[in-house]
Design a protein around this ligand. Structure first.
Ligand SMILES: Nc1nc2c(ncn2[C@@H]2O[C@H](COP(=O)(O)OP(=O)(O)O)[C@@H](O)[C@H]2O)c(=O)[nH]1
Ligand SMILES: [Mg+2]
Length: 224
């Protein structure tokens, strides 16, 4: 981040004393180190409000908890509803962050939340980011991979409108395939936009109500 002042004599850059991007990267690196030390594979699950993030995480927890110690951190502006929806699916620990207005999670929030995770026995961590396709894309959490989730109900242009999120994703999940026709969305459009932006990036189509495609997401993340 840089700060400029435009004056009649010209534009000058103002020294803000700290390189904010470098500081954010330091904080992400601290998480990476923590995950490495504890043997945790962590995933940042991003997407708009209602895309299906909690549904996907609940489905993955159900599938993985027999052979993995799974931890979940759910981020929302308010309420503990998402944590409650995941509880009972077999996760070893489910924690909820309320950001109180902030539209994304950041690395230091996740680091502090990790103090409440058991120090051993967790080897997979799903972090549900705040529902938003914009802000979270600029804040690295120091995870192994970011999953960007979109759903048919967000329209056909959602990927091209939010390039930063899809530039930083390791996997894209296209959810609510069951309602594409009802909302008049041709899913080949977002897939083509993604292919133009990130040739070869894997896209998994899901219906998180029936569970269709969730096994493929688990496999694509190398957790099968
Ligand atoms: N039709 C349909 N509804 C879904 C699907 N996945 C999730 N939903 C519903 O969409 C709503 C939002 O899902 P949720 O998992 O809370 O989304 P989040 O806000 O991204 O965490 C809920 O009512 C889900 O039951 C899907 O594949 N198809
Ligand atoms: Mg949710």
């Amino acid at each position: 981040m840089r700060l400029f002042e435009a004056t009649e004599q010209g534009t000058v850059e103002i020294e803000i004393g700290e390189d904010i991007e470098a500081r954010l990267e330091e904080l992400a690196e601290r998480n990476r180190e923590l995950f490495r030390e504890r043997g945790i594979r962590a995933f940042d699950i991003t997407g708009s409000v209602g895309a299906g993030k909690t549904s996907l995480i609940a489905g993955m927890v159900e599938r993985l908890s027999g052979r993995h110690g799974v931890g979940v951190i759910a981020g929302d502006v308010a309420t503990t509803r998402d944590a409650e929806r995941v509880t009972g699916k077999g996760a070893r620990k489910v924690l909820q962050i309320n950001t109180g207005g902030m539209c994304h999670l950041d690395a230091s929030l996740v680091y502090r939340t990790m103090e409440r995770m058991p120090e051993s026995g967790i080897d997979v961590l799903f972090i549900e980011n705040v529902g938003n396709l914009i802000c979270p894309s600029y804040f690295s959490l120091g995870v192994e991979a970011r999953v960007a989730m979109v759903s048919a109900s967000e329209g056909a242009h959602v990927i091209e409108k939010h390039p930063a999120m899809f530039e930083s994703a390791a996997l894209v999940v296209l959810n609510k395939t069951d309602i594409a026709e009802a909302v008049a969305v041709d899913l080949s459009r977002p897939v083509a936009d993604l292919e133009a932006m990130r040739p070869g990036l894997r896209v998994v189509r899901t219906n998180c109500l029936t569970g269709e495609g969730i096994d493929e997401v688990v496999e694509a993340l190398g957790l099968a």
